[in-house]
Ligand binder design. Structure first.
Ligand code: SF4
Ligand code: SF4
Ligand SMILES: [Zn+2]
Length: 137
């Protein structure tokens, strides 16, 4: 099975390879760990990514932090659960319990487009490749 770059999972549990900013054709963001050039402002200024406690963790994931889950993380989790049917806290617990490799493989399967093998965008809820083809026919 094809593997996904593990650095594309952010410290908060966001899976950056499913992000609209990562999947778009122009001015693509290469994920939380990449330079800020094409990031959404909210990500470039993200207080989780830039958290000093995060820097002290061994894994560089929030689950390793003594304050986990802190208020900022819970707020972000709530937003994504409500809007995008995804829980970052569940992602982080899964990474902690099963390891990053297993988590990434599970998500890779879960977020594959059954039609074209593309990626189902977390923000749109559909495969952008299929939608582009539909719109061009
Ligand atoms: S915009 Fe933010 S969430 Fe999206 S890929 Fe970039 S860092 Fe990840
Ligand atoms: S869980 Fe810890 S490392 Fe993550 S944002 Fe909160 S305080 Fe920072
Ligand atoms: Zn598709």
């Amino acid at each position: 099975m094809e593997t996904v770059d593990k650095t594309l999972v952010a410290p908060c549990g966001m899976i950056c390879w499913t992000c609209l900013a990562y999947l778009r054709d122009k001015n693509r963001c290469n994920g939380c760990g990449s330079p800020d050039v094409n990031k959404w402002k909210s990500c470039a200024r993200c207080s989780i990514r830039n958290c000093s406690l995060l820097a002290n963790t061994a894994s560089k994931f929030c689950y390793d932090c003594e304050k986990f889950p802190c208020r900022r993380l819970k707020d972000l989790d709530k937003r994504y659960r409500t809007r995008y049917n995804t829980s970052f806290l569940e992602n982080l617990v899964s990474i902690k319990n099963n390891g990053l490799e297993v988590f990434v493989q599970q998500e890779y399967v879960k977020r594959r487009c059954p039609v074209c093998d593309g990626t189902i965008c977390i923000h749109r809820g559909f495969c952008l490749d299929c939608r582009k083809k539909q719109n061009s026919t």
